[in-house]
Design a protein around this ligand. Structure first.
Ligand SMILES: [Zn+2]
Length: 123
């Protein structure tokens, strides 16, 4: 029993993160949408808005990158919750070995053990 991860606490963590990410994603989508419609030049349309336009293009790209990041994390959290349901949570998806407990505590949605993860990052 000593090696068993405290799944209840981790599930709570994951569910909290899941909800927070959804909030963030919703907010980011709204901001991205606003930036997009501003760029369409609805209000004013005077040419000294040029600089502003450029910076909002930058903001839009940065927001999209952030949004993608959030969505990717959210998918990982979601799939970790699914793995909890089907009983494969805590096992490396690549090699099937149990993922280090400390790693799960630091990164509850980790799907790969440290070895497989670093092998993946080396490529
Ligand atoms: Zn592995």
């Amino acid at each position: 029993m000593t090696s068993v991860v405290d799944k209840t606490a981790l599930r709570e963590k994951l569910e909290q993160e899941h909800a927070e990410l959804l909030l963030h994603i919703g907010r980011m989508e709204q901001i991205t949408e606003e930036l997009r419609s501003n760029r369409g030049g609805g209000d004013g349309g005077i040419s000294n808005h040029m600089a502003e336009g450029a910076s909002s293009t930058f903001d839009q790209e940065r927001n999209l990158a952030l949004l993608e990041n959030l969505q990717r994390t959210w998918e990982q959290v979601e799939s970790a919750l699914k793995r909890m349901d089907d009983g494969t949570y805590g096992l490396c998806r690549a090699c099937g070995q149990p993922i280090d407990r400390a790693r799960l505590q630091a990164l509850p949605y980790a799907a790969l053990c440290l070895d497989c993860q670093s092998r993946l990052e080396e490529r």
